[in-house]
Ligand binder design. Structure first.
Ligand code: ADP
Ligand code: MG
Length: 471
């Protein structure tokens, strides 16, 4: 089988046969030729953005090791230019089945560090001499961060730290559950400082990475170099500090590093999935140190923020998504922003693939698993009860055959909310409303959808009910 590029992976296995004709060009010439052809093919702008920065190292057996400066770029190149690079390189080598081609993030470029997804096939056993990897996600900027009540303090604090001349609060501790934007804010801080104060040495790494580097330095007996490396930084960011818990020697080292930096008034930024006082595996003295500066909580998202994030994201991608679908997603995917984004992406990908517009129905179908996991189990009974109370009718009217507008309309609202807020099918909903047919439910859903636009009072009623039911 001919090797193929993996859309999101980094490695493609393509083996070269021994009797394939071997071109007389040197590897450098081959790669130059590939570059020329790529440039001609994709145009100047795309070439400059994505392909010029590639560094290629022929592996000697017909393969190619390509380095890119960032993870984002790696994914982009693999996704968009893989086939071209492969085919041009194969042409150059005259190979039927060329050897392995690999795209990896370069190590040792600048004074940044990240734990994020090290290149898997890179041999990085060598001494890094304090140089670490630049790996900021270019999407994680302040501009792309949507601010709402739950995250406004963390955002403001992050901005202040990024723009300040001296550490305004030290440390800044960002506390929040998974997928709520901690890493995003930290990258945004790093990116801003890089732009504003290029001379400053900023190191960003996860607590796990910190531990790994420290333990490695113990093993290779270069603890001094390790200490130097961290104690000479201007800004130190440690992501997901909860993972340091329990490892005593690492905690000890972290504690000393921390103190040394604070004493010199260097900025420290820490993130954790809970507040410092709740880091139960952390030593008491460290816990209290972490709380010395400003602890900024990132709270769970609310509906407004989720909707804002979806709109922002859709705009960024120039994707045309009906407002009702965005509202649906904002109501239903409440776990965290990562899942919300993932849901949106899946819906977009699906609609692209099948060439159909996005509707609530397709969304429900495509995101079945995600929606179920996010289901807060609002029951049809809850909805009926709330709606009856709200409109001041008897609960029994939800099941009764009465058609008077005063009861029929609230009943339709209830059906509509059942469709929006639960994963029940139309027939299931119909059954719970006095054994009505699924077409009746469908009609109710359409009707209320329409009326919400036309009748502001009803629109508010529905909105209010949704919120009450969701809290
Ligand atoms: P954490 O580090 O807290 O687990 P991340 O920073 O990795 O979470 O965020 C998860 C995803 O959600 C990222 O793609 C990030 O860009 C996005 N995200 C989180 N909060 C926001 C926000 N307020 N505005 C825009 N995107 C956000
Ligand atoms: Mg994170």
């Amino acid at each position: 089988m001919e090797g193929s590029w993996l859309a999101l992976g980094t490695i493609m296995n393509i083996k070269r046969t021994d009797n394939a004709p071997i071109s007389q060009n040197t590897s450098d010439e081959k790669w130059s030729n590939v570059r020329l052809r790529l440039r001609a093919k994709v145009g100047e702008a795309a070439y400059n953005s994505w392909l010029r920065p590639l560094e290629a190292f022929p592996t000697g057996d017909g393969g190619l090791h390509i380095q890119v400066p960032t993870k984002f770029m790696r994914d982009w190149v693999v996704k968009h230019y893989a086939d071209l690079i492969r085919s041009f390189w194969q042409d150059e080598c005259g190979a039927v089945q060329p050897a392995e081609i690999e795209v990896a993030v370069a190590v040792g470029k600048e004074g940044f560090s990240s734990s994020n997804d090290r290149p898997r096939n890179l041999n990085n056993s060598g001494d890094q001499k304090g140089n670490t990897e630049l790996d900021l996600d270019p999407r994680f900027t302040f501009e792309n961060f949507v601010v709402g009540k739950p995250n406004e303090l963390a955002y403001a604090a992050a901005r202040r730290v990024a723009e300040a001349n001296t550490a305004p609060f030290n440390p800044l501790y960002l506390a929040g559950g998974v997928g709520l934007g901690k890493t995003h804010l930290m990258h945004a801080i790093a990116g801003t400082i890089r732009g504003k104060y290029p001379g400053r040495r900023v190191v960003y790494l996860s607590a796990e990475r910190f531990m790994y580097e420290f333990i490695r330095s113990l093993r290779f007996k270069n603890v001094m170099a390790f200490k130097e490396q961290f104690r000479s930084v201007d800004v130190l960011m440690i992501d997901d500090v909860q993972f340091i818990g329990g490892k005593e020697s690492t905690q000890e080292e972290f504690f000393h590093t921390f103190n040394a930096l604070i004493e010199q008034n260097r900025q420290i930024i820490i993130s954790g999935d809970r507040s410092p006082s709740d880091l139960d595996l952390m030593e008491e003295r460290m816990r209290s140190r972490l709380g010395w500066g400003l602890v900024a909580d990132i709270h769970a998202t609310d509906y407004e923020l989720r909707l804002g994030i979806l709109q922002n994201k859709a705009e960024q991608m120039s994707a045309d998504i009906p407002r009702t679908v965005m509202e649906f997603l904002a109501h239903r995917i409440t776990s965290n922003v990562r899942e919300l984004e993932g849901g949106l992406n899946r819906v977009l990908a699906y609609s692209n693939l099948v060439g159909q517009p996005i509707t609530i129905e397709t969304t429900q179908e495509v995101l079945k698993d995600l929606l179920r996991a996010n289901d807060r189990r609002i029951s049809i009974e809850d909805i009926q009860k709330r709606v009856a109370e709200h409109f001041n009718i008897r609960l029994g009217d939800m099941h009764s055959p009465r058609r008077a507008r005063a009861v029929a309309r609230p009943r339709q609202v209830a059906m509509y909310l059942c469709k929006q807020l639960t994963t029940r099918s139309l027939p299931e909903i119909g059954r719970k409303f006095g054994g009505r047919d699924h077409t009746t439910v469908m009609h109710a859903v359409r009707k209320i959808d329409e009326l919400q636009q036309a009748d502001a009072t009803l629109g508010e009623d529905v909105e209010l009910l949704k919120r009450m039911l969701e809290n």
